[in-house]
Design a protein around this ligand. Structure first.
Ligand code: ADP
Ligand code: MG
Length: 246
């Protein structure tokens, strides 16, 4: 259910990094600055998203200007849309409806630590994809088998997965990440601790496209983990959203 944002807590936002793009306080402003597709704007309205949250106001412009981002913002503040809106916008159009689209194969990968979280993100993707022919895949045993067929893989726009499942598939040579332009680590505190770090590093190494954009999102990021995160980003901007009264 959508947040009743009239009652949402006000957030204090800290931004660090070179030449950080300015925040956008309305979805209209984002649209005017970055040419958000009208269908996506319609979907925001349909689901009752009236105003961007703090992380959306600051994070969306950073990602839309193709910068790497480390974002820390509390649970329930809309981190998912803060990366989905840029990813959908930067991919411009679904592969399946655009012959002109240079390069084929999976173009965006979103990683989350559990199947449940990956599933939630997938459902958010479907909400915002409505009305266009985006091919979004929630990676599972079944979809892994389907994706082993290169011609199917070539038509995927966005892949959502846990790291473990993904790694075993590309180790066996069934997945190509050479065209991945956007790699998002959600719940990065868990993704970058000992449990998943090696897998995540393998996935990053497999994403060989020169202009890949990487971003990490988390509710908290302990100093040690943050250092690991910043090391894997290129010239990153760091955004921290905190509750005003804490
Ligand atoms: P987080 O990942 O930071 O915990 P989510 O992305 O899961 O937060 O969003 C929490 C809830 O708020 C979801 O139900 C989502 O649909 C809703 N939401 C996100 N952004 C907005 C917004 N700008 N306006 C209204 N509801 C929103
Ligand atoms: Mg989340």
């Amino acid at each position: 259910k959508p947040i009743d944002d009239s009652r949402m807590p006000r957030h204090r936002v800290t931004i660090k990094g070179k030449n950080a793009p300015g925040r956008a306080d309305t979805f209209k402003e984002l649209r005017d600055r970055y040419h958000i597709h009208s269908q996506l704007m319609d979907n925001l309205e349909r689901y009752g998203y009236e105003h961007p949250t703090g992380i959306q106001s600051t994070g969306c412009p950073i990602l839309l200007e193709s910068r790497d981002l480390a974002a820390i913002s509390p649970t329930g503040t809309g981190k998912t849309l803060s990366y989905l809106l840029p990813v959908f916008t930067l991919l411009k159009s679904p592969i399946s409806s655009s012959i002109a689209n240079a390069g084929k194969g999976i173009r965006a990968v979103i990683l989350a630590p559990t199947r449940e979280l990956a599933h939630q993100i997938y459902n958010e993707c479907l909400k915002f994809a409505q009305g266009r022919k985006w091919r979004i895949v929630l990676f599972s045993k079944a979809t892994a088998a389907t994706l082993a067929d290169k011609s199917v893989q070539d038509k995927v726009d966005i892949l959502v997965s846990t790291p473990l499942r993904l790694v075993s598939s590309f180790r066996s040579g069934h997945l190509s990440f050479h065209n991945v332009r956007h790699l998002i680590l959600d719940e990065a505190d868990r993704m970058l601790d000992q449990e998943f770090l090696v897998q995540v590093q393998d996935i990053i190494a497999a994403c060989t496209h020169e202009s890949i954009q990487k971003a990490v999102f988390s509710a908290t990021l302990p100093a040690g983990v943050e250092r690991v995160a910043l090391d894997m980003l290129r010239d990153p901007i760091r955004v921290v959203v905190g509750l005003k009264d804490t």
